[in-house]
Write a protein that binds this ligand. Sequence first.
Ligand SMILES: Cc1cc2nc3c(=O)[nH]c(=O)nc-3n(C[C@H](O)[C@H](O)[C@H](O)COP(=O)(O)O)c2cc1C
Ligand code: SF4
Length: 204
Amino acid sequence: MEDAAAVAAYLEQECGIDAIHVTRSVHLRDEFMWAPGVTHGGFNAPLVSEIKRAVTVPVIAVGRFTEPQYAELLVKQGRADIIAFGRQSIADPELPNKARLGKLEELTPCIGCLLGCVPNMFAGKPITCALNPCAGRESELTPAAVPKRVAVVGGGPAGLYAAWACAARGHQVTLMEKEDEPGGSFRIASYPTGKGRSRRPSAA
Ligand SMILES: Cc1cc2nc3c(=O)[nH]c(=O)nc-3n(C[C@H](O)[C@H](O)[C@H](O)COP(=O)(O)O)c2cc1C
Ligand code: SF4
């Protein structure tokens, strides 16, 4: 930590940098470069504060930020100047617009599963996201040539997303689910400690 703070101060004084973006870990020692879902947004904050004490230029924090409210709080507290959303921007690139419009209940939070983004990158494939199948394929979500009436049977994650994608393309969708609540196996998957984001973004 002390070395990183000294390097940051040197970069400011000797190289004239305008801002510094603070992340953590290196590939050889992979300590939460992509932190898992059980970590809370801002787990890097104490380290970022140390860097902030060493420089006067704006300091950017990153790491498991999924909630704009918490990002805003850290900035208000003066613990960082700018917050970067990494995987959250893959899971839901509409976060800034939803925050601006006060539609946080519509936010899809990154659950830190590392199922679609990082492994695909290492495999040399286009990245995708377990919670956002449209990631990287946004241009395919075009208006349907002929709007139809579509029935989707099953309100698990796949059914919900299929229903959403059909509606986004202009189809008239009827979603059928035998349980009282939609969500399928994600409802059960959300029970273990640290998995709450799978179910309720704002309560995680
Ligand atoms: C698919 C993917 C590719 C990334 N590539 C880079 C990279 O090339 N260089 C880098 O410094 N960080 C890279 N990162 C790390 C992010 O910048 C960020 O530090 C990290 O994902 C933690 O933030 P998050 O929890 O908000 O995702 C990448 C992250 C992801 C998910
Ligand atoms: S696949 Fe999606 S939800 Fe899972 S860690 Fe990557 S960005 Fe987050």
